[in-house]
Design a protein around this ligand. Structure first.
Ligand code: ZN
Length: 212
């Protein structure tokens, strides 16, 4: 009897381990993305990637970011504004598909079917995830945020068939094989958030969330 039970439990554990990651709870907090913003995104795509499109199709990369701001609300306000960004002075305004707040709540701001401006060179194919914080330790050292981030990323990665190595930090953008940029002065542009040292830790933890 004990042997039968043990075998059953082992089978159940194996099945649980083999299951694809479940969709975590996600709060829908959409920013306005009307026709004018879609048109600006399509124009941006033409200038930077050579093809006019605002839809995100078959994404190949997930980019992790830090907001460097104090709260989810401040990030939402920045992304909703749709004004030229202070750094590059372009429209549409910057945005990300998801923002994870300090309490570990996952907010989705933009449908996955639409492109967002979050990483120069990769916006044509990358899902963007922002974390409220300034340094990677704000996320990796916060159990709720870390868990939410890993659950969201694992679910997206497995759903979209994205390779583990293509889950990157913003600071790793120039090393991505999917990096494309037609504007010469931006070809070496990146940001400091989520450098390789932190992403090595992140990817090791993410690897435990198998796609089944
Ligand atoms: Zn970033």
């Amino acid at each position: 009897m004990e042997r039968v039970l043990a075998a059953l439990l082992a089978t159940a554990a194996a099945a649980a381990g083999a299951a694809a990651p479940a969709r975590p709870p996600i709060a829908w907090s959409p920013i306005p993305y009307p026709a004018a913003r879609r048109a600006a995104m399509a124009d941006y795509s033409l200038r930077h990637y050579g093809r006019r499109a605002f839809r995100l199709e078959d994404p190949k990369v997930i980019v992790q970011h830090l907001t460097a701001g104090p709260s989810f609300r401040s990030a939402w306000n920045t992304f909703a504004a749709d004004v030229p960004d202070p750094e590059l002075g372009e429209r549409p305004g910057v945005c990300a598909h998801f923002v994870i707040d300090r309490g570990g709540t996952i907010h989705q701001l933009v449908p996955l079917a639409l492109r967002c401006r979050h990483t120069v060179g990769l916006n044509w194919t990358a899902i963007g995830i922002e974390h409220v914080g300034s340094v990677p330790g704000d996320v990796l050292g916060n159990a709720r945020m870390r868990r939410a981030s890993l659950r969201l990323t694992a679910w997206l990665r497995c759903r979209e068939g994205i390779a583990l190595k293509d889950v990157i930090g913003h600071n790793e953008s120039l090393r991505s094989p999917y990096h494309r940029e037609r504007v010469a002065r931006l070809r070496t542009q990146t940001h400091g958030d989520f450098p390789a040292s932190a992403m090595r830790v992140y990817r090791r933890a993410l690897a435990a969330h198998r796609c089944g």
